[in-house]
Design a protein around this ligand. Structure first.
Ligand code: C2G
Length: 129
């Protein structure tokens, strides 16, 4: 059983998020997603439209996602990798190099983002309707 883990805010879930999660799911048998809590998002400087409960439920509803956990700090990744016996940590290439230290615990992959879509752009477009 090959287990993959990733993390993110996933606010206003869009095709970029879905493409990433599906690509990561294809790397193994089980995909675990750490969804950032509202408190952690404040630390990340992100103001979400949906609260944690809704974002977690939406991500959990995706067929490619097997388990959702809360992400409430930067440092939890190592213990999550150990607790869940993770084989691969994956995330978008916008984070390229930022999590290389996790190579000590599992394989680390950075996958290309989907171009021309972001939650920030969606918010701007919605505000102009
Ligand atoms: N993503 C993507 N293409 C986009 C937008 C996002 O592939 N057009 C990917 C990001 O690269 C990331 C995932 O979707 O892997 C979630 O993106 P965000 O919700 O923006 O999460 P982020 O703020 O990057 O949080 O500890 C890690 C952080 O929690 C990551």
């Amino acid at each position: 059983m090959k287990t993959i883990i990733t993390y993110g805010t996933f606010d206003l879930l869009h095709i970029g998020h879905v493409n990433m999660l599906q690509r990561l799911a294809e790397l193994g048998d089980k995909l675990i997603v750490g969804v950032s809590t509202d408190e952690f998002n404040l630390l990340k400087g992100k103001q979400c439209i949906y609260g944690y409960a809704e974002r977690a439920k939406i991500v959990a509803a995706l067929g490619c996602v097997d388990q959702v956990i809360a992400e409430d700090n930067w440092a939890q990744k190592v213990s999550d990798i150990q607790t869940h016996q993770v084989d691969i940590f994956g995330i978008g290439a916008d984070w390229q190099g930022k999590f290389d230290e996790l190579n000590a615990y599992c394989e680390v992959v950075y996958l290309p983002r989907t171009p021309s879509i972001s939650t920030t752009d969606l918010k701007k477009a919605l505000s102009q309707i």
